[in-house]
Design a binder for this molecule. Structure first.
Ligand code: NDP
Length: 244
């Protein structure tokens, strides 16, 4: 994986909004060929302007993942950099959490990531190179009341990534995890002012992250400079998770 490559084939899941859109923009502006997946609605016009390929795909459906990869391979070549970003929350206190609340979040965040990583690494193994970056969360390690489903799914990504890193390291494929703290996106817009204040009180830097700050770390992990980093968990959390 070399930045001297004219451009790499990058895939960002859930790249139609929020952190994923920002990551897609960062790679596209750096000259890479970027595909994104979206699940609902229409992808924003900005993606067309950036020259990104938008492919509809629900990562809970193995067949849709397969079709999306086929389309991406045809149109921009096999994926060399995979950013598994798509994720959901379905917050509820444990005693009120249904099994569906729990399993649907795990099916998207953890099993969905498994589906895309498994599919992407097929070609990376043949090419003997590749970069995989998973978007987890600070709550993977700290836990979070009302988010046992989400935190469990995000913690699972760490064990998953480290196993992939050990399995595929000899083929020059790295697999790393980013654990963002609170980022200003649709996902956190639902929080009340009271919840926001409480969260900010736990952030040494005293503010939310901008999605661009997460995107910069993703790009670093996909760069030549990060060739010797694998199985790492990189916090982008304003210091919120220190000690975990
Ligand atoms: P958003 O809610 O803004 O975006 C979520 C993205 O995931 C959307 O593109 C959505 O598609 C996609 N998605 C959800 N479910 C599926 C599915 N089944 N198949 C395919 N795509 C799906 O979230 P953020 O941008 O805030 O979050 C991005 C990632 O960062 C997530 O994994 C999240 O857990 C993580 N994160 C976010 C933090 C934050 O504070 N915002 C903090 C820490 C981690 P669609 O638009 O179609 O629904």
């Amino acid at each position: 994986m070399s930045r001297s490559d004219p451009s790499r084939s990058v895939l960002v899941t859930g790249g139609n909004r929020g952190i994923g859109l920002c990551i897609a923009r960062a790679f596209a502006e750096a000259g890479d060929k970027v595909a994104i997946t979206y699940r609902t609605g229409e992808p924003p016009a900005e993606l067309t302007e950036l020259g990104c390929l938008a492919v509809k795909c629900d990562i809970t459906e193995t067949e849709q993942v397969e079709q999306a990869f086929k389309e991406i391979e045809e149109k921009q070549g096999a994926v060399e950099v995979l950013v598994a970003n798509a994720g959901v929350t379905r917050d509820q206190l444990l005693l009120r959490m249904s099994e569906e609340d729990f399993s649907s979040v795990v099916d998207t965040n953890l099993t969905g990531t498994f589906r895309v990583v498994k599919r992407a690494t097929r070609a990376m193994l043949r090419a003997r190179r590749g970069r995989v970056v998973l978007i987890s969360s600070v709550v993977a390690m700290s836990g979070s009341p009302g988010q046992s489903n989400y935190a469990a799914s995000k913690a699972g990504l760490i064990g998953f990534a480290r196993s992939v890193a050990r399995e595929l390291g000899s083929r020059n494929i790295t697999c790393n995890v980013i654990t963002p703290g609170f980022v200003d996106t649709d996902m956190t817009k639902v929080l009340t002012d009271e919840q926001r204040e409480a969260i900010l009180g736990q952030v040494p830097l005293g503010r939310y992250a901008q999605p661009e700050e997460v995107a910069a770390s993703v790009r670093f992990l996909a760069s030549d400079e990060a060739a010797y980093i694998t199985g790492a968990v990189i916090p982008v959390d304003g210091g919120m998770g220190m000690g975990h």
